[in-house]
Design a protein. Structure first.
Length: 248
């Protein structure tokens, strides 16, 4: 595990974009595993600026997203397809046919998950998987559980997750209670995993996930076993782990 300590959210976003840009430059037809939520927005803005400056080309890139709410279609402003379009896809020269998310409109969970696993099999493992982390240690929508779920599956969202996501909706009642999510095995199969974390409210879970025992009750803790895991986090998020030796 490599930890890169940054000053703040903007510095975190810039350094994350540096790493993603390097992967894209070295392999123009790379597969990027992408994430949603507030954590990656700044990273996507940095990537867009680099594209606009002529430094990045997305034309051969394939993307696979971690998750999607069950019951929302891609035109719903709260869907993750919509989020990706607004925050990245519509601003760069990526081929929409190369951008993949689980199908939130498919009511048959087994069918939806099987279809996404087939897409992931065809694209192959991600060259880089981008992650955030939930306050309970979830990655994607892999919530605390008794075992690590391997493949794409339908999740009943934890109350903590629903509460955290309520800020994106008009009311808590509008927040979906289920989602389709990439499994832990798929995340771990990525050549490189990059997690970005900002804010003092994430400090406790960072300590538990990466300096505590590996347990499915803290899903992110499995990343301790990944051979190329990079954590980019700001001073506030790293405040509970002391003055460790980190990269720049």
């Amino acid at each position: 595990m490599r930890i890169i300590r940054t000053r703040d959210y903007e510095d975190m976003s810039r350094k994350a974009a540096n790493l993603i840009s390097a992967v894209m430059t070295m392999k123009p037809d790379c597969v990027l595993g992408l994430a949603t939520g507030s954590s990656p927005v700044g990273t996507y803005r940095n990537l867009i600026r680099r594209y606009e400056n002529g430094d990045l080309d997305f034309s051969q890139v394939t993307t696979v997203n971690l998750d999607e709410y069950k019951g929302l279609d891609g035109e719903n402003p709260q869907s993750y397809r919509y989020f990706m379009r607004e925050n990245l896809f519509s601003h760069v020269n990526i081929d929409p046919a190369r951008t993949f998310l689980p199908d939130g409109t498919e009511e048959d969970s087994e069918k939806a998950c099987g279809a996404y696993d087939e897409i992931l099999r065809r694209t192959g493992p991600a060259d880089l998987q981008l992650l955030g982390i939930g306050h309970d240690g979830h990655i994607g929508f892999n919530e605390p559980a008794d075992t690590f779920a391997k493949m794409t599956h339908c999740v009943d969202l934890a109350e903590m997750t629903i509460e955290a996501n309520a800020r994106f909706f008009s009311s808590r009642e509008e927040v979906p209670t289920q989602a389709y999510t990439m499994g832990i095995q798929t995340i771990m199969s990525a050549a490189k995993v990059l997690m970005i974390v900002s804010g003092a409210d994430k400090a406790e879970i960072i300590r538990k996930a990466f300096f505590g025992p590996v347990t499915p009750q803290v899903p992110a803790s499995i990343l301790q076993f990944h051979p190329d895991f990079v954590l980019i986090a700001d001073e506030a998020a790293l405040s509970e782990i002391g003055k460790i030796s980190v990269g720049v």
